[in-house]
Design a binder for this molecule. Structure first.
Ligand SMILES: Cc1cn([C@H]2C[C@H](O)[C@@H](COP(=O)(O)OP(=O)(O)O[C@H]3O[C@H](C)C(=O)[C@H](O)[C@H]3O)O2)c(=O)[nH]c1=O
Length: 180
């Protein structure tokens, strides 16, 4: 299990050790001690799984209270996974970073509390599994507009994406609630 720091402080890309044999493969998805040794000293309390078809963008979401750290991977398919730094105190406040996560590369990304999270589906379909460090609290959920021109995420899709009504109503960066 290899850990590599992302460009934005707190983001960590995790490459699992895959044990392949003539049956298939085995890998550990999370290991409390190894993650703590890598600086990700967290307990996960909720696992989420979403399936999305080609061209979908989900996000950019965050909980302004009870913020969630997320360990994100694509079990099937491929996504462009995006984290936006909403921590006013951060030197990279307002900046985004994206990671291609796929069934093939088996990479995972840890996104700490303080970021908005979303992804764009690059394959025909994608199953995204992610562990959260805080429970879902819809009353605290906020949406940053997925294509906000200030943040200016370079989404890799060519066609206009399929976006939920909630996400289409996301707030622009200048109006969104931020973390201290
Ligand atoms: C997030 C969540 C949703 N729900 C229910 C609420 C809705 O009835 C339904 C779909 O929810 P939503 O449209 O918010 O799902 P996504 O657009 O995939 O939201 C997620 O998208 C981005 C990528 C994230 O990082 C967040 O985890 C999460 O906000 O599931 C629950 O019951 N529990 C939950 O934890």
């Amino acid at each position: 299990m290899q850990f590599r720091a992302g460009r934005l402080p707190g983001l960590v890309l995790i490459e699992p050790r895959v044990f392949a044999d003539d049956r298939g493969f085995f890998q550990e998805l999370f290991h409390r001690g190894r993650f703590a040794d890598a600086g990700i000293d967290v307990d996960f309390v909720q696992d989420n799984l979403s399936r999305s078809k080609a061209g979908v963008v989900r996000g950019l979401h965050y909980q302004i209270e009870q913020p969630q750290g997320k360990l994100v991977r694509a079990l099937r398919g491929e996504v462009f996974d995006v984290a936006v730094d909403l921590r006013r105190s951060s030197p990279t406040f307002g900046q985004w970073e994206g990671f291609r996560l796929s069934e093939d590369n088996q990479l995972a990304v840890y996104i700490p509390p303080g970021f908005a999270h979303g992804f764009s589906v690059l394959s025909d379909s994608a199953d995204v599994l992610y562990k959260c460090t805080a429970l879902y609290a819809p009353q605290h959920e906020r949406t940053l507009l997925w294509n906000d021109p200030t943040v200016n995420v370079a989404w890799p899709h060519s066609q206009p994406p399929i976006v939920s009504g909630k996400d289409l109503a996301g707030l622009p960066f200048g109006h969104a609630e931020m973390f201290s």
